[in-house]
Ligand binder design. Structure first.
Ligand code: BTN
Length: 290
C-alpha cells in the first residue's frame, strides 16, 4: 500500500489507539472488538452491518483507506491510503428519533474539540457539520440510521436501542493527485495547516474521549451547553448565507441555532426561516458565495 504520510511511523495502529483510550465505554464494548482495516469500501457501511448484527454502543470501525467513502448528499469522500481519519462509531442513543439530528451536531463539536486538544488547531464548524479552515473543508460527518435490525439481533439486551452510526472523515495529508481539479480550492488538510505531521492515533483516542464526554452531557439533558460550544466554533453565525433546498434558494443572515439544531436565518424582509437540512454556502468578503 502506497503511504502518503510524511512521517510513516504515524500510521493508524489499533493497539496504540486502545492503549491511549481514556474512555469507559467508547472503544470498550464488552464482547465486541474494534476493527482496523487496511482497506474498506466504507467504515460506515461496515458499522451499519455490525449494528444490524447487534453490535452494541461503543464499537469503533477504522480503515487506513476507503475504496467507496461516502459523504453527505450522496457525494463521495476522498479516502487515499494513510491520508486521513476514516472512522465510524456505533451509538445507541436513548432518545426519540426526532432528537437524533442534534447528535450529529454534538458529534461536530466533539470532533472540533478533539482536533483542538490533540493538535492545537482550531477548526471552524460550518453548519451543519463541516470542519473548515479559512473557508476550506478539512473534515465532515455522515450520520446514518441503519434500516431496522433483525429480530435475533434485537434480542440481546445491549442492542435493544436503535443504532446510530456516526462516520467521521478528517483530511490529514493529501497530495495534489488525490484532489480532483474542481475541489482544489475547496478542501484542505491538517498537516498543511499545522506545518507538521499529525499523530492519527492520538487524534482518534481524543475523538473517542470527546464523543463520550459530549454524549454524557447530552444524556444529562444539557443540550444548551453543546449548542453554546458549537457557536464558539461556528463560522456560520452572523454571516450572509445562501441555502438550497431542492429547487428553492433562500438568502439571509444566519442569526442563531434553534434548540433542535436548526439554523435560523433572517431574510432581507426580516422574516425568520429555520433550516433543518440541505446545503448552505457562506458569502465571502468579495461578495461571492463559497
Ligand atoms: C461529509 O460529506 O461532509 C461527510 C463525510 C464523512 C466521511 C466519513 S469517512 C468515515 C465514514 N465512512 C464513510 O464512508 N463516510 C464517513
Amino acid at each position: 500500500m502506497d503511504s502518503h504520510l510524511s512521517n510513516p511511523t504515524l500510521r493508524l495502529d489499533l493497539n496504540l489507539i486502545q492503549a491511549k483510550l481514556a474512555t469507559t465505554r467508547i472503544g470498550k464494548a464488552p464482547g465486541w472488538s474494534n476493527e482496523l482495516w487496511d482497506c474498506l469500501d466504507s467504515t460506515n457501511t461496515r458499522a451499519i452491518e455490525l449494528a444490524q448484527q447487534g453490535a452494541p454502543e461503543g464499537v469503533i470501525i477504522l480503515a487506513r483507506q476507503q475504496s467507496a467513502g461516502r459523504g453527505r448528499q450522496g457525494r463521495s469522500w476522498i479516502s487515499p491510503p494513510d491520508s486521513g481519519i476514516y472512522a465510524s462509531f456505533i451509538f445507541r442513543p436513548r432518545c426519540p428519533l426526532a432528537e437524533l439530528p442534534f447528535h450529529t451536531l454534538a458529534c461536530g463539536v466533539a470532533t472540533a474539540k478533539a482536533v483542538l486538544h490533540s493538535t492545537g488547531l482550531k477548526l471552524g464548524l460550518k453548519w451543519v457539520n463541516d470542519l473548515v479552515f479559512n473557508g476550506k473543508k478539512v473534515g465532515g460527518i455522515l450520520a446514518e440510521i441503519p434500516p431496522s435490525a433483525s429480530e435475533k439481533a434485537l434480542s440481546t439486551p445491549s442492542s435493544s436501542y436503535a443504532p446510530l452510526v456516526l462516520g467521521i472523515g478528517i483530511n490529514l495529508v493529501l497530495s495534489e493527485v488525490d484532489i480532483p481539479e474542481e475541489l482544489k480550492e475547496k478542501i484542505d488538510y491538517l498537516e498543511r495547516i499545522a506545518g507538521q505531521s499529525i499523530d492519527p492515533n492520538l487524534l482518534l483516542a481524543s475523538l473517542a474521549k470527546e464523543l463520550e464526554e459530549i454524549y454524557d452531557i447530552l444524556s444529562l439533558g444539557h443540550a444548551k451547553e453543546i449548542l453554546d460550544t458549537w457557536k464558539e466554533f461556528s463560522t456560520t453565525i452572523g454571516k450572509n448565507i445562501q441555502a438550497t433546498s431542492g429547487n428553492t434558494k433562500i438568502e439571509g443572515v444566519a442569526i442563531d441555532i434553534s434548540e433542535s439544531g436548526g439554523l435560523i436565518l433572517e431574510t432581507s424582509g426580516k422574516e425568520k426561516v429555520v433550516l433543518y437540512g440541505g446545503e448552505i454556502t457562506i458569502r465571502g468578503a468579495d461578495g461571492s458565495y463559497i
